[in-house]
Design a protein around this ligand. Sequence first.
Ligand code: NAD
Length: 489
Amino acid sequence: MPNLGPDHVKHLATELREAQPAWEEAGPDGRARVLLAWADWFLDNDRKLAEMVQSESGKAWADATMEPAVSVEVINYYAKHAREFLAPRRVRPHGPVGATKRLALRHRPYQLVGIITPWNGPLGAPVFDVVPALMAGAAVICKPSEVAPITWTEAVRGWREAGGPPVLVSATGDGATGAAVVDVVDMVMFTGSTRTGRKIAARAGERLIPCSLELGGKDAMIVLADADIERAASAASWGGMMNSGQLCISVERVYVEEQVYDAFVTAVTDKVATLRQGTDAPGAFVCEVGAMATSAQLDLVERHVDDALSKGAKLTTGGHRAAAGLYFEPTVLVDVDHTMACMREETFGPTLPVMRVRDEDEAIRLANDSTYGLSASVWSGDPLRARKVAEQIQAGAVNINNVLANLFQFTLPQGGWKESGVGYRFGGASGILKYCHPQALVSERVSLRSEPYWFPVSPRKSGAIGRASRLLGAHDWKRRLGLRSGGHG
Ligand code: NAD
Protein backbone atom coordinates (compact mmCIF):
# COMPACT_ATOMS: atom_id res chain seq x y z
CA MET A 1 0.00 0.00 0.00
CA PRO A 2 1.51 3.38 -0.96
CA ASN A 3 2.27 6.00 1.66
CA LEU A 4 0.69 9.04 0.00
CA GLY A 5 2.41 12.39 0.42
CA PRO A 6 0.72 15.80 0.72
CA ASP A 7 0.88 16.57 -3.02
CA HIS A 8 -0.82 13.32 -3.90
CA VAL A 9 -3.50 13.96 -1.28
CA LYS A 10 -4.06 17.47 -2.69
CA HIS A 11 -4.46 16.05 -6.16
CA LEU A 12 -7.02 13.50 -4.92
CA ALA A 13 -8.92 16.28 -3.18
CA THR A 14 -9.13 18.29 -6.42
CA GLU A 15 -10.53 15.30 -8.32
CA LEU A 16 -13.06 14.55 -5.57
CA ARG A 17 -14.25 18.15 -5.52
CA GLU A 18 -14.79 18.00 -9.28
CA ALA A 19 -16.95 14.88 -8.95
CA GLN A 20 -18.98 16.01 -5.92
CA PRO A 21 -21.58 18.36 -7.49
CA ALA A 22 -23.05 15.59 -9.68
CA TRP A 23 -23.20 13.30 -6.64
CA GLU A 24 -25.09 15.90 -4.65
CA GLU A 25 -27.33 16.54 -7.64
CA ALA A 26 -28.29 12.84 -7.73
CA GLY A 27 -30.33 13.44 -4.56
CA PRO A 28 -30.91 11.03 -1.68
CA ASP A 29 -32.73 8.46 -3.82
CA GLY A 30 -30.08 8.45 -6.52
CA ARG A 31 -27.33 8.10 -3.95
CA ALA A 32 -29.24 5.38 -2.09
CA ARG A 33 -29.42 3.32 -5.30
CA VAL A 34 -25.63 3.39 -5.64
CA LEU A 35 -25.07 2.59 -1.97
CA LEU A 36 -27.47 -0.35 -2.13
CA ALA A 37 -25.55 -1.70 -5.14
CA TRP A 38 -22.43 -1.40 -2.97
CA ALA A 39 -24.21 -3.33 -0.19
CA ASP A 40 -24.90 -6.11 -2.73
CA TRP A 41 -21.21 -6.08 -3.60
CA PHE A 42 -20.38 -6.50 0.12
CA LEU A 43 -22.73 -9.49 0.31
CA ASP A 44 -21.34 -11.04 -2.88
CA ASN A 45 -17.77 -10.63 -1.61
CA ASP A 46 -18.29 -11.18 2.11
CA ARG A 47 -15.99 -14.16 2.41
CA LYS A 48 -13.15 -12.53 0.51
CA LEU A 49 -13.52 -9.37 2.62
CA ALA A 50 -13.54 -11.33 5.89
CA GLU A 51 -10.41 -13.18 4.74
CA MET A 52 -8.71 -9.86 4.06
CA VAL A 53 -9.76 -8.49 7.44
CA GLN A 54 -8.39 -11.59 9.10
CA SER A 55 -5.14 -11.57 7.15
CA GLU A 56 -4.32 -7.99 8.11
CA SER A 57 -5.50 -8.09 11.72
CA GLY A 58 -5.10 -11.67 12.99
CA LYS A 59 -8.71 -11.74 14.16
CA ALA A 60 -10.57 -14.92 14.97
CA TRP A 61 -12.74 -15.88 12.00
CA ALA A 62 -15.99 -15.12 13.88
CA ASP A 63 -14.78 -11.56 14.56
CA ALA A 64 -13.65 -11.08 10.95
CA THR A 65 -17.03 -12.11 9.50
CA MET A 66 -18.86 -9.45 11.49
CA GLU A 67 -17.34 -6.61 9.50
CA PRO A 68 -18.97 -7.14 6.07
CA ALA A 69 -22.28 -7.93 7.82
CA VAL A 70 -22.22 -4.69 9.84
CA SER A 71 -21.27 -2.74 6.70
CA VAL A 72 -24.45 -3.90 4.96
CA GLU A 73 -26.54 -2.95 8.01
CA VAL A 74 -25.21 0.62 8.05
CA ILE A 75 -25.81 1.05 4.33
CA ASN A 76 -29.37 -0.27 4.62
CA TYR A 77 -30.17 2.09 7.48
CA TYR A 78 -28.96 5.28 5.79
CA ALA A 79 -30.17 4.32 2.31
CA LYS A 80 -33.65 3.79 3.76
CA HIS A 81 -33.82 7.03 5.76
CA ALA A 82 -31.64 9.56 3.89
CA ARG A 83 -34.50 11.14 1.97
CA GLU A 84 -36.49 11.73 5.17
CA PHE A 85 -33.44 12.95 7.13
CA LEU A 86 -32.33 15.37 4.41
CA ALA A 87 -35.76 16.70 3.46
CA PRO A 88 -36.01 20.51 3.73
CA ARG A 89 -38.51 21.44 6.40
CA ARG A 90 -40.70 24.34 7.47
CA VAL A 91 -39.87 25.82 10.85
CA ARG A 92 -42.30 27.80 13.03
CA PRO A 93 -41.23 31.38 13.63
CA HIS A 94 -41.04 32.89 17.11
CA GLY A 95 -42.30 36.19 18.46
CA PRO A 96 -43.42 39.40 16.77
CA VAL A 97 -40.30 39.68 14.56
CA GLY A 98 -41.12 36.28 13.09
CA ALA A 99 -44.83 36.91 12.63
CA THR A 100 -44.52 38.03 9.02
CA LYS A 101 -41.85 35.47 8.07
CA ARG A 102 -41.86 32.09 6.40
CA LEU A 103 -38.96 29.96 7.68
CA ALA A 104 -37.36 26.90 6.13
CA LEU A 105 -34.32 24.79 6.95
CA ARG A 106 -32.33 22.86 4.41
CA HIS A 107 -28.99 21.09 4.44
CA ARG A 108 -26.11 21.15 1.99
CA PRO A 109 -23.24 18.69 2.41
CA TYR A 110 -19.68 19.73 3.09
CA GLN A 111 -18.14 19.28 -0.32
CA LEU A 112 -15.22 17.15 0.85
CA VAL A 113 -15.20 15.17 4.09
CA GLY A 114 -12.04 13.54 5.48
CA ILE A 115 -12.47 10.32 7.43
CA ILE A 116 -9.50 8.92 9.34
CA THR A 117 -9.82 5.50 10.95
CA PRO A 118 -8.01 3.09 13.32
CA TRP A 119 -6.96 -0.50 12.73
CA ASN A 120 -9.31 -2.41 15.02
CA GLY A 121 -12.12 -2.57 12.45
CA PRO A 122 -10.31 -2.50 9.09
CA LEU A 123 -13.60 -2.50 7.18
CA GLY A 124 -16.27 -1.65 9.76
CA ALA A 125 -14.58 1.50 11.09
CA PRO A 126 -14.40 3.30 7.71
CA VAL A 127 -17.87 2.11 6.65
CA PHE A 128 -19.51 3.43 9.86
CA ASP A 129 -18.69 7.02 8.91
CA VAL A 130 -18.19 6.92 5.15
CA VAL A 131 -21.77 5.75 4.51
CA PRO A 132 -23.61 8.66 6.19
CA ALA A 133 -21.12 11.16 4.68
CA LEU A 134 -21.72 9.79 1.17
CA MET A 135 -25.48 9.69 1.75
CA ALA A 136 -25.31 13.35 2.80
CA GLY A 137 -23.93 14.09 -0.69
CA ALA A 138 -20.32 14.77 0.26
CA ALA A 139 -17.26 13.41 -1.51
CA VAL A 140 -15.08 11.43 0.88
CA ILE A 141 -11.35 10.94 1.24
CA CYS A 142 -10.87 8.16 3.76
CA LYS A 143 -7.51 7.30 5.25
CA PRO A 144 -7.42 3.83 6.75
CA SER A 145 -4.89 2.89 9.41
CA GLU A 146 -1.43 2.05 8.08
CA VAL A 147 -1.66 -1.11 10.21
CA ALA A 148 -4.65 -2.49 8.27
CA PRO A 149 -5.36 -0.62 5.00
CA ILE A 150 -5.99 -3.55 2.64
CA THR A 151 -9.64 -4.47 3.14
CA TRP A 152 -10.83 -0.87 3.03
CA THR A 153 -8.89 -0.21 -0.18
CA GLU A 154 -10.53 -3.28 -1.70
CA ALA A 155 -13.96 -2.00 -0.58
CA VAL A 156 -13.30 1.29 -2.39
CA ARG A 157 -12.41 -0.71 -5.51
CA GLY A 158 -15.75 -2.48 -4.97
CA TRP A 159 -17.49 0.91 -4.82
CA ARG A 160 -16.38 1.62 -8.40
CA GLU A 161 -17.20 -1.94 -9.49
CA ALA A 162 -20.71 -1.46 -8.09
CA GLY A 163 -21.15 1.67 -10.21
CA GLY A 164 -20.13 4.29 -7.66
CA PRO A 165 -18.90 7.61 -9.12
CA PRO A 166 -15.40 8.93 -8.29
CA VAL A 167 -16.48 10.54 -5.00
CA LEU A 168 -14.73 8.08 -2.70
CA VAL A 169 -11.03 7.28 -2.36
CA SER A 170 -8.83 5.37 0.02
CA ALA A 171 -5.80 7.54 0.85
CA THR A 172 -3.35 5.06 2.29
CA GLY A 173 -0.43 6.08 4.43
CA ASP A 174 0.68 6.85 7.96
CA GLY A 175 0.00 9.73 10.33
CA ALA A 176 1.57 12.26 7.94
CA THR A 177 -0.92 11.24 5.25
CA GLY A 178 -3.70 11.68 7.82
CA ALA A 179 -2.42 15.17 8.60
CA ALA A 180 -2.37 15.96 4.87
CA VAL A 181 -6.01 14.84 4.67
CA VAL A 182 -6.98 17.22 7.49
CA ASP A 183 -5.32 20.01 5.51
CA VAL A 184 -7.48 19.60 2.38
CA VAL A 185 -10.99 18.78 3.60
CA ASP A 186 -13.99 20.87 4.71
CA MET A 187 -14.84 18.65 7.69
CA VAL A 188 -12.98 15.84 9.41
CA MET A 189 -14.34 12.76 11.14
CA PHE A 190 -11.69 10.96 13.18
CA THR A 191 -11.76 7.67 15.04
CA GLY A 192 -8.69 6.67 16.99
CA SER A 193 -6.66 7.45 20.07
CA THR A 194 -7.19 10.48 22.29
CA ARG A 195 -3.57 11.50 21.64
CA THR A 196 -4.08 11.75 17.87
CA GLY A 197 -7.56 13.22 18.35
CA ARG A 198 -6.05 16.22 20.15
CA LYS A 199 -3.65 16.86 17.24
CA ILE A 200 -6.49 16.70 14.73
CA ALA A 201 -8.69 19.01 16.79
CA ALA A 202 -5.81 21.51 17.04
CA ARG A 203 -5.24 21.51 13.28
CA ALA A 204 -8.97 21.67 12.56
CA GLY A 205 -9.10 24.65 14.92
CA GLU A 206 -6.35 26.41 12.97
CA ARG A 207 -8.14 25.74 9.71
CA LEU A 208 -11.55 26.58 11.24
CA ILE A 209 -13.15 23.42 9.95
CA PRO A 210 -15.47 21.26 12.07
CA CYS A 211 -14.17 18.00 13.44
CA SER A 212 -15.89 15.09 15.10
CA LEU A 213 -13.78 12.81 17.27
CA GLU A 214 -14.49 9.25 18.41
CA LEU A 215 -11.68 8.43 20.80
CA GLY A 216 -10.56 5.90 23.37
CA GLY A 217 -12.49 4.46 26.28
CA LYS A 218 -12.15 2.70 29.62
CA ASP A 219 -15.64 1.27 29.87
CA ALA A 220 -16.84 0.22 33.29
CA MET A 221 -19.23 -2.65 34.00
CA ILE A 222 -21.14 -2.43 37.29
CA VAL A 223 -22.58 -5.68 38.64
CA LEU A 224 -25.06 -5.14 41.48
CA ALA A 225 -25.95 -7.82 44.01
CA ASP A 226 -29.38 -8.49 42.50
CA ALA A 227 -28.00 -9.11 38.97
CA ASP A 228 -28.26 -12.36 37.03
CA ILE A 229 -24.66 -13.39 37.74
CA GLU A 230 -24.50 -16.11 35.11
CA ARG A 231 -25.59 -13.74 32.33
CA ALA A 232 -23.38 -10.93 33.64
CA ALA A 233 -20.34 -13.24 33.65
CA SER A 234 -21.04 -14.40 30.07
CA ALA A 235 -21.43 -10.77 29.00
CA ALA A 236 -18.16 -9.76 30.68
CA SER A 237 -16.36 -12.60 28.95
CA TRP A 238 -17.77 -11.61 25.55
CA GLY A 239 -17.64 -7.84 26.06
CA GLY A 240 -14.06 -7.95 27.34
CA MET A 241 -12.60 -10.50 24.92
CA MET A 242 -14.47 -9.96 21.65
CA ASN A 243 -12.05 -8.77 18.96
CA SER A 244 -9.34 -9.62 21.56
CA GLY A 245 -10.53 -6.63 23.56
CA GLN A 246 -9.51 -4.29 20.73
CA LEU A 247 -12.81 -2.45 20.66
CA CYS A 248 -13.30 1.13 21.81
CA ILE A 249 -16.33 0.07 23.87
CA SER A 250 -14.84 -3.16 25.26
CA VAL A 251 -15.51 -3.92 28.89
CA GLU A 252 -12.23 -2.62 30.37
CA ARG A 253 -12.96 -2.84 34.12
CA VAL A 254 -15.59 -4.49 36.29
CA TYR A 255 -16.98 -3.39 39.68
CA VAL A 256 -18.95 -6.03 41.60
CA GLU A 257 -20.95 -5.56 44.80
CA GLU A 258 -19.30 -7.55 47.56
CA GLN A 259 -22.26 -9.89 48.22
CA VAL A 260 -21.87 -11.47 44.75
CA TYR A 261 -18.18 -10.76 44.10
CA ASP A 262 -16.92 -14.31 44.71
CA ALA A 263 -19.71 -15.89 42.67
CA PHE A 264 -19.04 -13.47 39.79
CA VAL A 265 -15.27 -14.02 39.83
CA THR A 266 -15.73 -17.81 39.81
CA ALA A 267 -18.24 -17.66 36.94
CA VAL A 268 -16.25 -15.23 34.81
CA THR A 269 -12.98 -17.09 35.38
CA ASP A 270 -14.60 -20.38 34.31
CA LYS A 271 -15.90 -18.78 31.13
CA VAL A 272 -12.72 -16.92 30.20
CA ALA A 273 -10.51 -19.94 30.92
CA THR A 274 -12.38 -22.04 28.36
CA LEU A 275 -12.12 -19.53 25.50
CA ARG A 276 -10.27 -20.89 22.50
CA GLN A 277 -7.56 -18.61 21.14
CA GLY A 278 -6.10 -18.47 17.66
CA THR A 279 -6.57 -17.21 14.13
CA ASP A 280 -8.76 -20.04 12.89
CA ALA A 281 -9.12 -20.90 9.22
CA PRO A 282 -11.81 -19.13 7.17
CA GLY A 283 -15.13 -20.84 7.76
CA ALA A 284 -13.91 -22.76 10.81
CA PHE A 285 -15.54 -20.75 13.65
CA VAL A 286 -13.53 -22.61 16.31
CA CYS A 287 -11.78 -19.69 18.05
CA GLU A 288 -13.31 -16.99 20.23
CA VAL A 289 -10.21 -14.83 20.74
CA GLY A 290 -7.76 -13.87 18.03
CA ALA A 291 -4.46 -12.00 18.01
CA MET A 292 -3.38 -8.48 18.87
CA ALA A 293 -3.04 -6.49 15.65
CA THR A 294 0.46 -5.18 16.43
CA SER A 295 3.39 -6.08 18.65
CA ALA A 296 3.13 -2.61 20.24
CA GLN A 297 -0.41 -3.46 21.33
CA LEU A 298 0.77 -6.79 22.71
CA ASP A 299 3.50 -5.00 24.71
CA LEU A 300 0.96 -2.52 26.10
CA VAL A 301 -1.34 -5.31 27.33
CA GLU A 302 1.58 -7.10 28.93
CA ARG A 303 2.72 -3.87 30.60
CA HIS A 304 -0.73 -3.35 32.15
CA VAL A 305 -0.86 -6.90 33.49
CA ASP A 306 2.70 -6.75 34.85
CA ASP A 307 2.04 -3.37 36.47
CA ALA A 308 -1.10 -4.73 38.18
CA LEU A 309 0.72 -7.86 39.41
CA SER A 310 3.61 -5.78 40.75
CA LYS A 311 1.10 -3.72 42.80
CA GLY A 312 -0.63 -6.71 44.36
CA ALA A 313 -3.22 -7.88 41.81
CA LYS A 314 -3.68 -11.63 41.20
CA LEU A 315 -4.50 -13.66 38.13
CA THR A 316 -7.39 -16.09 38.16
CA THR A 317 -6.69 -17.12 34.57
CA GLY A 318 -4.38 -16.11 31.71
CA GLY A 319 -1.84 -13.33 32.10
CA HIS A 320 0.85 -14.23 29.56
CA ARG A 321 1.78 -13.69 25.94
CA ALA A 322 1.94 -16.78 23.77
CA ALA A 323 5.29 -18.27 22.83
CA ALA A 324 4.61 -17.51 19.16
CA GLY A 325 2.40 -15.02 17.37
CA LEU A 326 0.84 -11.83 18.69
CA TYR A 327 -1.47 -13.58 21.15
CA PHE A 328 -2.14 -12.58 24.73
CA GLU A 329 -4.04 -15.09 26.84
CA PRO A 330 -7.59 -14.13 27.83
CA THR A 331 -6.97 -12.81 31.33
CA VAL A 332 -8.92 -12.12 34.53
CA LEU A 333 -7.26 -9.98 37.21
CA VAL A 334 -8.56 -9.57 40.77
CA ASP A 335 -7.45 -7.52 43.80
CA VAL A 336 -7.06 -4.54 41.49
CA ASP A 337 -7.42 -0.86 42.43
CA HIS A 338 -7.18 2.57 40.86
CA THR A 339 -3.44 2.90 41.41
CA MET A 340 -2.98 0.40 38.58
CA ALA A 341 -2.72 1.25 34.87
CA CYS A 342 -5.19 -1.54 34.04
CA MET A 343 -7.93 0.45 35.83
CA ARG A 344 -7.05 3.89 34.51
CA GLU A 345 -5.46 3.67 31.04
CA GLU A 346 -7.04 2.12 27.97
CA THR A 347 -5.70 -1.45 27.70
CA PHE A 348 -7.37 -2.43 24.41
CA GLY A 349 -6.63 -6.10 25.02
CA PRO A 350 -8.16 -9.36 26.32
CA THR A 351 -8.05 -8.50 30.02
CA LEU A 352 -10.81 -8.17 32.61
CA PRO A 353 -9.75 -6.53 35.87
CA VAL A 354 -12.48 -7.15 38.47
CA MET A 355 -12.78 -5.02 41.62
CA ARG A 356 -14.88 -5.65 44.74
CA VAL A 357 -17.03 -2.66 45.84
CA ARG A 358 -19.05 -2.04 49.02
CA ASP A 359 -22.20 -0.73 47.35
CA GLU A 360 -23.61 1.00 44.29
CA ASP A 361 -22.38 4.43 45.41
CA GLU A 362 -18.81 3.22 45.48
CA ALA A 363 -19.29 1.55 42.09
CA ILE A 364 -20.61 4.78 40.56
CA ARG A 365 -17.81 6.84 42.10
CA LEU A 366 -15.13 4.50 40.75
CA ALA A 367 -16.77 4.16 37.33
CA ASN A 368 -16.71 7.96 37.06
CA ASP A 369 -13.14 8.21 38.33
CA SER A 370 -11.76 8.23 34.79
CA THR A 371 -10.62 10.69 32.17
CA TYR A 372 -12.67 8.66 29.68
CA GLY A 373 -16.45 8.49 29.25
CA LEU A 374 -17.28 6.39 26.20
CA SER A 375 -19.79 3.81 27.42
CA ALA A 376 -20.57 1.55 30.38
CA SER A 377 -22.95 -1.14 31.55
CA VAL A 378 -25.06 -1.66 34.66
CA TRP A 379 -26.34 -5.05 35.80
CA SER A 380 -29.30 -5.46 38.16
CA GLY A 381 -32.51 -7.48 38.45
CA ASP A 382 -34.37 -4.29 39.34
CA PRO A 383 -34.93 -2.16 36.21
CA LEU A 384 -35.58 1.04 38.19
CA ARG A 385 -32.45 0.64 40.26
CA ALA A 386 -30.39 -0.10 37.14
CA ARG A 387 -31.79 2.99 35.43
CA LYS A 388 -31.02 5.20 38.43
CA VAL A 389 -27.43 3.97 38.52
CA ALA A 390 -27.07 4.28 34.71
CA GLU A 391 -28.16 7.91 34.82
CA GLN A 392 -25.32 8.73 37.23
CA ILE A 393 -22.60 7.33 34.96
CA GLN A 394 -20.57 9.93 33.06
CA ALA A 395 -20.51 8.23 29.67
CA GLY A 396 -22.02 8.67 26.23
CA ALA A 397 -23.93 5.38 26.46
CA VAL A 398 -24.93 3.00 29.23
CA ASN A 399 -26.21 -0.50 28.49
CA ILE A 400 -28.49 -2.07 31.07
CA ASN A 401 -28.11 -5.84 31.47
CA ASN A 402 -26.08 -6.02 28.27
CA VAL A 403 -22.69 -4.99 26.90
CA LEU A 404 -21.67 -3.37 23.60
CA ALA A 405 -25.36 -3.31 22.66
CA ASN A 406 -25.31 0.43 21.87
CA LEU A 407 -22.77 -0.13 19.07
CA PHE A 408 -25.43 -1.24 16.59
CA GLN A 409 -28.25 1.14 17.60
CA PHE A 410 -27.97 3.51 14.65
CA THR A 411 -30.99 5.46 15.85
CA LEU A 412 -29.09 6.56 18.98
CA PRO A 413 -26.04 8.83 19.10
CA GLN A 414 -22.73 7.09 19.70
CA GLY A 415 -19.96 9.17 21.17
CA GLY A 416 -17.85 9.88 24.19
CA TRP A 417 -17.89 12.31 27.07
CA LYS A 418 -14.72 13.73 28.59
CA GLU A 419 -11.56 12.61 26.73
CA SER A 420 -13.49 9.97 24.79
CA GLY A 421 -14.54 12.38 22.12
CA VAL A 422 -16.22 15.42 20.70
CA GLY A 423 -19.40 14.96 18.68
CA TYR A 424 -21.32 11.82 17.88
CA ARG A 425 -21.84 9.36 15.06
CA PHE A 426 -25.25 7.91 14.14
CA GLY A 427 -28.20 9.11 16.18
CA GLY A 428 -30.80 8.92 13.40
CA ALA A 429 -30.94 12.12 11.35
CA SER A 430 -28.07 13.81 13.17
CA GLY A 431 -25.73 11.03 11.97
CA ILE A 432 -26.14 12.31 8.41
CA LEU A 433 -26.74 15.99 9.14
CA LYS A 434 -23.35 16.28 10.84
CA TYR A 435 -21.85 16.11 7.34
CA CYS A 436 -23.94 19.09 6.22
CA HIS A 437 -24.11 22.84 6.65
CA PRO A 438 -27.56 23.89 7.75
CA GLN A 439 -28.98 26.70 5.62
CA ALA A 440 -31.70 28.90 7.09
CA LEU A 441 -34.10 30.39 4.53
CA VAL A 442 -36.19 33.36 5.59
CA SER A 443 -38.87 34.78 3.30
CA GLU A 444 -41.69 37.29 3.67
CA ARG A 445 -45.34 36.32 3.94
CA VAL A 446 -46.35 39.90 3.03
CA SER A 447 -44.19 42.38 1.18
CA LEU A 448 -44.39 45.91 2.62
CA ARG A 449 -42.79 48.95 0.95
CA SER A 450 -40.63 49.34 4.03
CA GLU A 451 -40.16 47.55 7.36
CA PRO A 452 -40.94 49.48 10.58
CA TYR A 453 -37.35 49.13 11.82
CA TRP A 454 -35.64 50.18 8.55
CA PHE A 455 -34.14 53.67 8.12
CA PRO A 456 -34.92 56.42 8.76
CA VAL A 457 -35.31 56.20 12.53
CA SER A 458 -37.80 58.54 14.18
CA PRO A 459 -39.09 59.01 17.75
CA ARG A 460 -42.60 58.04 16.62
CA LYS A 461 -41.58 54.78 14.88
CA SER A 462 -39.04 53.72 17.50
CA GLY A 463 -41.46 54.52 20.32
CA ALA A 464 -44.17 52.39 18.71
CA ILE A 465 -41.75 49.47 18.25
CA GLY A 466 -40.65 49.80 21.89
CA ARG A 467 -44.24 49.83 23.14
CA ALA A 468 -45.20 46.86 20.98
CA SER A 469 -42.24 44.74 22.06
CA ARG A 470 -42.93 45.60 25.71
CA LEU A 471 -46.61 44.70 25.31
CA LEU A 472 -45.79 41.34 23.73
CA GLY A 473 -42.58 40.53 25.58
CA ALA A 474 -43.30 41.44 29.21
CA HIS A 475 -44.59 38.84 31.66
CA ASP A 476 -46.74 41.07 33.87
CA TRP A 477 -49.20 43.92 33.26
CA LYS A 478 -47.17 46.65 34.93
CA ARG A 479 -44.31 46.08 32.52
CA ARG A 480 -46.61 45.53 29.56
CA LEU A 481 -48.21 48.91 30.13
CA GLY A 482 -44.89 50.61 30.74
CA LEU A 483 -45.70 51.41 34.41
CA ARG A 484 -42.27 49.97 35.31
CA SER A 485 -39.72 51.27 32.87
CA GLY A 486 -36.09 50.22 32.35
CA GLY A 487 -35.30 53.85 31.51
CA HIS A 488 -34.43 53.46 27.79
CA GLY A 489 -37.34 55.60 26.72
P1 NAD B 1 -4.29 6.18 16.32
O1 NAD B 1 -4.77 7.45 16.92
O2 NAD B 1 -2.87 5.81 16.53
O3 NAD B 1 -4.49 6.22 14.73
C1 NAD B 1 -5.75 6.42 14.16
C2 NAD B 1 -5.57 6.99 12.76
O4 NAD B 1 -5.02 8.29 12.82
C3 NAD B 1 -4.63 6.17 11.87
O5 NAD B 1 -5.19 6.09 10.58
C4 NAD B 1 -3.37 7.02 11.87
O6 NAD B 1 -2.56 6.85 10.73
C5 NAD B 1 -3.94 8.41 11.90
N1 NAD B 1 -3.03 9.46 12.39
C6 NAD B 1 -1.97 9.34 13.23
N2 NAD B 1 -1.42 10.57 13.46
C7 NAD B 1 -2.15 11.46 12.75
C8 NAD B 1 -2.09 12.89 12.59
N3 NAD B 1 -1.17 13.64 13.21
N4 NAD B 1 -3.02 13.48 11.81
C9 NAD B 1 -3.97 12.75 11.19
N5 NAD B 1 -4.08 11.39 11.30
C10 NAD B 1 -3.17 10.77 12.07
O7 NAD B 1 -5.28 5.05 16.83
P2 NAD B 1 -5.16 3.47 16.59
O8 NAD B 1 -4.06 2.95 17.46
O9 NAD B 1 -5.13 3.19 15.13
O10 NAD B 1 -6.58 2.96 17.14
C11 NAD B 1 -6.85 2.60 18.45
C12 NAD B 1 -7.61 3.70 19.15
O11 NAD B 1 -8.82 3.99 18.47
C13 NAD B 1 -8.03 3.31 20.56
O12 NAD B 1 -7.78 4.37 21.44
C14 NAD B 1 -9.53 3.09 20.43
O13 NAD B 1 -10.25 3.26 21.62
C15 NAD B 1 -9.89 4.10 19.41
N6 NAD B 1 -11.17 3.78 18.79
C16 NAD B 1 -12.26 4.57 19.09
C17 NAD B 1 -13.51 4.27 18.54
C18 NAD B 1 -14.72 5.10 18.85
O14 NAD B 1 -15.69 5.02 18.12
N7 NAD B 1 -14.71 5.90 19.91
C19 NAD B 1 -13.63 3.17 17.68
C20 NAD B 1 -12.51 2.40 17.41
C21 NAD B 1 -11.28 2.72 17.97
